[in-house]
Design a binder for this molecule. Structure first.
Ligand code: 6MZ
Length: 375
């Protein structure tokens, strides 16, 4: 451990006012929270047939390969988080966890999900799903502001995800339309809560070119755009071709950026596209070459490019590493000291979708923090 990184403690990274830009709502729910929901549903209805989420997500397990990872959502989480009350409850629980970890600016993302009963009748439409999540954000925000401690307040925005494994051209356009319709239905009168569109889902599935029109429309309506990029070396299209297609959507940010051919790395670096990097997720899901934290491509992008980098959790419910821990890992494995961690965070602020006021607020929080925490 270098001298610089030895002065970085858990306490320091927890108190550091952090941004989180890449967190999937359903994947951020703790397994404790999911288990409690299961207990509650089982107590209300002993014939409730859904399996305890601890079977697929036992306490302590963090090694989810992508082959099983996506199934856990459909086999477990989505069978539990499938009514308005539970969506509301889990949204607030996730927000509470991020705030308690010292996140002061959050862009949470979720895929608008239609929920049907066993006969196929729609219980909650995609639009209603988004409404419930927004209600959770509003109620949480109202509660946190009662504390009247602006320094401890977490600004919250929402990104809507398009799922490459399930969405079609028209359902992806519908996601963008939902974002446009809802963006003024919000907790912050002067700022839209829905600030962006994401492309996520199983990287082995879907031909990404079908989403061009959705991203074009999102840009026309001044929504930020971010894309899960080069998560795997396997693809049903030629990899470079797929990555070129995704870059041609002109995304503002890219998530993961793991298996990137050199010529595409150069393009990303030249355009200084902002990056959302998820170290624990990539290591525990065995998505990177080598396999240890020191092999993570954070080192490459941080040392060799001027891209803004946000350290993110992706799915803290699976990988159990909060944002503060991601900063600690960057310090431990790449030798970043206090000033460098603050600078990293400051650079990430340039890429947020929440607007100039939010950037100014985060920069002020970081400057104040720096004054009292760096000699
Ligand atoms: C390696 N990490 C990842 N790569 C790609 N897509 C991911 C992901 N982690 C999560 N998702 C996407 O987000 C959904 C869960 O949250 P929401 O139901 O939207 O809140 C998953 O179903 C998956 O499509």
């Amino acid at each position: 451990m270098s001298n610089a990184s030895s002065s970085v403690s858990e306490d320091f990274t927890k108190c550091l006012p952090k941004i989180e830009l890449h967190a999937h709502l359903s994947g951020s729910i703790t397994r404790q929270c999911l288990h409690e929901i299961w207990l509650c549903k089982k107590a209300q209805d002993p014939s409730f047939a859904v399996e305890d989420p601890w079977v697929l997500m036992p306490p302590g397990k963090i090694n989810y390969g992508l082959d099983i990872f996506f199934d856990v959502f459909s086999k477990s989480i989505y069978n539990l988080v499938n009514d308005a009350e539970t969506i509301l409850y889990t949204t607030k629980s996730v927000l509470n966890d991020f705030r308690a970890d010292g996140v002061r600016y959050l862009e949470l993302r979720t895929t608008p999900r239609e929920i049907r009963d066993e006969y196929g009748h729609v219980l909650i439409s995609k639009d209603e799903y988004v409404n419930i999540v927004l209600k959770g954000i509003r109620e949480f925000d109202h509660e946190q502001r009662k504390d009247n401690k602006p320094m401890d307040t977490m600004s919250i925005y929402l990104i809507l995800s398009i799922d490459r494994g399930h969405d079609t051209t028209s359902s992806a356009e519908e996601v963008v339309n939902i974002a446009i319709r809802h963006r003024n239905n919000i907790a912050y009168p002067s700022n839209p809560t829905i600030v962006g569109i994401d492309l996520c889902g199983n990287p082995l599935k879907g031909a990404v070119s079908i989403f061009r029109s959705a991203f074009q429309r999102a840009k026309e309506h001044h929504l930020g755009t971010t894309i899960h990029f080069a998560e795997t070396i396997y693809s049903n299209e030629n990899v470079s071709q797929e990555l070129e297609t995704l870059l041609s959507f002109e995304p503002d940010r890219l998530g993961h950026v793991i298996h990137v051919p050199d010529e595409i790395k150069e393009k990303i670096a030249a355009k200084k596209i902002a990056l959302e990097l998820c170290m624990s997720c990539n290591v525990h899901a065995k998505m990177i070459h080598g396999g240890g934290f020191e092999d993570h491509h954070f080192g490459y992008w941080w040392k060799r490019t001027e891209c803004a980098i946000a350290l993110c959790t992706d799915d803290v419910g699976f990988f159990c590493s909060p944002v503060s821990q991601e900063y600690l890992l960057a310090s431990e494995h790449f030798g970043l000291g206090r000033e460098e961690l603050i600078a990293l965070c400051e650079r990430g602020v340039d890429s947020i979708f929440g607007g100039e006021e939010e950037k100014t607020r985060m920069r002020r929080l970081l400057t104040d923090f720096s004054k009292s925490n760096v000699q």
